[in-house]
Design a protein around this ligand. Sequence first.
Ligand SMILES: [Fe+2]
Length: 387
Amino acid sequence: MHGFRTVAHTVIGSGASADIASHLTASVRAEVRRVLLVSDAHLLSLGLLRPALDGLAAAGIDVISFTDVVPDPPEQLALDCVALARREKVDAVVAIGGGSSMDLAKVAAVMAYPDCTQSITALYGVDQVDGPRLPLLLAPSTAGTGSEVTPIAIITTGETTKAGIVSPWLYADVALLDPALTTSLPPQVAAVTAIDAMVHAIEAYTSKIKKNPLSDQHALSALTLLSTNILPACKPGPPEQVRENMLLGAMLAGQAFANAPVAAIHALAYPLGGHCHLSHGLSNALMMVPVMRFNLPYCAPLYAELARHLALVPVAADEISAAQALIDYIESTIASLGIEPSLRAHGIEKTFLPTLAGDAMLQTRLLVNNPREVSEQDALALYHEAW
Ligand SMILES: [Fe+2]
C-alpha cells in the first residue's frame, strides 16, 4: 500500500507573484491582513519582490519583511524570523526565495501560530510538529530544491551539523511558480540547483522503501522537463518558457521525493555542505555519479527504464548498457554545465575524507532509502572516487 501527499493548490505562470493575496486567501478561505514575507537581500535588491509587495499592498495587506535569509540558515536566524512574526502578530507567511527562505517560512508558520508552545528543538525529527500553523504560500526563486512542495525544513544547528523537521504540517497551502522570479538566476546557480532537482527525481525513482506509482510518474515527468531544458536554462538569459519548464520540473521532482525520499547521494552530499560549505546543489553534483555507479548493480533495471524514458538508448538496448547510458548522460551533463566534478578542485583535503564518511553515516534518515546498503567503508570509497 502506498500514499501520496502534496500541496493542495499550485499556481503556475509568469507574473503570478503579483497576485499572491488572491491565491492565498482563496486557498485558505480566510481573511489575511498581515503577512510575513521571508526572502533574501539579493532578491530584494534585484527588485524581484516588487510585484508581490505592490500586489499585497493593493489588496490592503500589511507586509512585514524578513529579508535576512542566508544559505544553510542557522537556528538563531530561524528564531529571529519567528520572533518577528510573533511580535508583529502576522496572520500568514509567504516566502519568495530559494530553499533556505522557504524552509524558514515553514518554521515561522508553525511557531508563530498563536497557540504554538513547541520550541524549535522539539520540532526536529520526523512527525514531531503538533500544528496547526499559519497560512503558508511558497514561491521558489530557483529551480532546484522543490521545497515549495516538500514537508521538510533543514536548519543548521551547529558549526557543521544540520537538523531536519519533517512533518505534514510543513506542506504549504499554496506553491506558486512564477518564472519572472528566476529571471536573474546566475548560470552557475541555475546549473547546480538543476542537478539537485535531477538527483531528487532519480533518487525518488530508485527509493528503496516508499517508491510508488505516483512518485514514479512525477519523477519521470520531472526528468523529461529537466533534461530537455537544463542546458538552455543554464546559459545567460534563458527564455521564459525554459525557466517555467525548469520550475515545473523541479516541483515535480520535489513532489516525487516528498513521497519517495532521497537517499545516499544526499546523505553523502550533506557533510560537504556542513563541513566545507559547498552549496547543496554542488554537493549533490559532486557525489551523484560515484553513488549512481555504486548503486548500479542494485538498480540497473530502474536506471535502464529512466534511460529508455529519456530516449538515451535504442529501445532494443540491453539493460546494463541502458543503465550505464543514464550514468554517462548525467556525467556528460555535469561536464557540459561547467561544473568541476572533483572534490579536490573545490578545496577538500584528502585527509578530510574519513571525517566526511563518518558524518555521512549519521544521515540514517536518508541512507535507509538507498537501494544498496552503504557502510562507512563504502562511503569513504565513494568520497575517494569523487576526490
Ligand atoms: Fe536536494
